[in-house]
Design a protein around this ligand. Structure first.
Ligand code: 2HG
Ligand code: ZN
Length: 469
């Protein structure tokens, strides 16, 4: 059965590269979540927009689901193909197509790696500011699919802010050219924004036009050690008041211990329970002196124990490793990940509530906190102990996530700040989106993907009636 379907795809597109070796199915069928056993029908690697349209039309006729695939660095299972879907890998659609210096817009294919996009921008003397640790493996198509955030959101916003235009293929195989790089366009619904963050459930991005900005001023990185969680937001307020910030992140002693065990360098002699890492403009002596003044004020008030300011680009990179290396250092422990957000003003009360809840609910597991605290986004990773099986661990974490979702509802927060719903957070969507809102989302899905072939089972459970809200 599956063979004949693939034969018909091959007849339709004789040049299309198809892979179906067991190793390829395994490799392309999973993302960084590692929870599901990959089981795609096959992997297709289109080269052109016309290829993608033909693949979609074939999928509609055959009733085959399509899983769009970039660097598969996602943490929510959005790129997992575990149910006989055809993976559409954009690996071979990875070129820069155009750069317009007047518009400051670069047009690229979806498989371009984030790092290569950043490199192409700087080759033109400009800057693509969205940035995070997986820059060398994630693709811009995947970034768009999750409205990826990362470490510089505090100054530059999420991926959404940088999308000037998108070409997408709908679930019927139609090609839509959305917004075409316009700055001003109030001619009806801005469909581009529906696609951003839709996790490949509304259309396949086949081309993206991205705005670029001025190269940033010289910056420094400062890491501060804090004696207590309560002072985090005071330190944030002080930094934001006196420095021009491009990042403000935090991590705990537990996160630090993992990243140090993974080879990072400890800048401090003593352990503190909390740390912040901040990056700020330091082009002249006044700005550099301001950082020192921030440190002194925070130390005088007793909000920080210790601090270090980078003296070179190499030292800045080494300090960033303390934060950026956390995910990789935790990966061998197969953590259960929470990626939650609340308004910045709600952070202190929310963190108190979370801390009490996690201490109560997870007495046996190690809980590692870090994240983009300056954006109100926390990553709380839960690590299994040796005596618990993988399956029992997930059941336990899901029980606690249901409680977490309720707390988020009280705080008006989100169950997924930047990683997406994918498969991992399916059960909790109804906690922070109302019944009416989900009904509208399903309606939009039905219009853009009438046959239900685009990334089936992601964001909404297939055939499930959502409740709650
Ligand atoms: C980060 O901010 C990523 O480092 C990954 O979003 C977060 O591993 C995580 O939970
Ligand atoms: Zn993050």
């Amino acid at each position: 059965m599956s063979e004949s379907r693939l034969l018909r795809l091959h007849e339709r597109l004789p040049e299309l590269l198809l892979k179906s070796d067991a190793a390829d199915l395994e490799y392309y069928g999973r993302d960084w979540t590692r929870r599901w056993t990959p089981a795609p029908l096959a992997i297709s690697l289109p080269r052109t927009v016309a290829d993608v349209q033909a693949i979609v039309r074939w999928a509609v006729e055959e009733g085959v689901g399509i899983v769009p695939s970039g660097g598969r660095t996602g943490l929510s299972g959005g790129a997992v193909a575990a149910n006989g879907e055809l993976v559409v890998s954009f690996e071979r659609m990875n070129r820069v197509l155009d750069f317009n210096a007047v518009d400051r817009i670069i047009t690229v294919q979806p498989g371009l790696l984030l790092e290569n996009l950043q490199g192409a921008a700087s080759a033109h003397g400009l800057f693509y500011p969205v940035d995070f640790a997986s820059r060398g493996s994630c693709s811009i198509g995947g970034n768009i699919a999750t409205n990826a955030g990362g470490i510089r959101v505090i100054r530059y916003g999420n991926t959404r802010e940088w999308i000037a235009g998108l070409k997408i293929v709908t679930g019927s195989g139609d090609l839509l050219d959305l917004n075409r790089g316009l700055i001003k366009n109030s001619s009806g619904y801005d469909l581009r924004h529906l696609l951003i963050g839709a996790e490949g459930t509304l259309g396949l991005v086949v081309e993206a036009s991205l705005r670029l900005t001025d190269a940033p001023a010289a910056s420094n990185v400062m890491v501060l050690a804090l004696p207590a969680m309560d002072d985090l937001m005071q330190v944030f307020a002080e930094c934001r008041r006196r420095l021009r910030l491009s990042a403000f992140e935090f991590f705990t002693d537990r996160a630090l211990a993992h990243v140090l065990a993974h080879g990072a360098q400890d800048p401090f002699e003593q352990v503190s329970p909390f740390y912040v890492i901040t990056e700020f403009d330091a082009a002249d002596e006044t700005q550099q002196a301001a950082a020192l003044a921030v440190f002194e004020t925070c130390a005088d008030k007793g909000w920080v124990n210790d601090g270090v300011i980078s003296q070179s680009a190499a030292q800045a990179a080494s300090l960033w490793r303390l934060r950026e290396g956390i995910t990789e250092s935790l990966a061998p422990a197969k953590p259960y990940k929470n990626d939650i957000s609340v308004r910045i003003s709600a952070i202190p009360a929310f963190m108190q509530a979370m801390q009490a809840m996690f201490e109560r609910e997870y007495p046996h597991y190690e809980v590692v906190w870090f994240g983009h605290i300056g954006d109100g986004n926390l990553h709380i990773n839960v690590l299994k102990d040796a005596s618990t099986t993988d399956a029992a661990f997930i059941v336990e974490c899901e029980r606690v996530t249901a409680l977490l979702a309720r707390t988020l509802e009280e705080f008006g927060g989100s169950i997924s700040a930047e990683h997406g719903i994918g498969l991992v957070k399916l059960k909790y969507l109804a906690g922070t989106r109302s019944v009416a809102e989900i009904a509208v989302m399903r309606g939009i899905k039905a219009v853009l993907d009438p046959h239900g072939i685009l990334n089936p089972g992601k964001v909404f459970a297939v055939g499930r009636v959502d409740s709650g809200g």
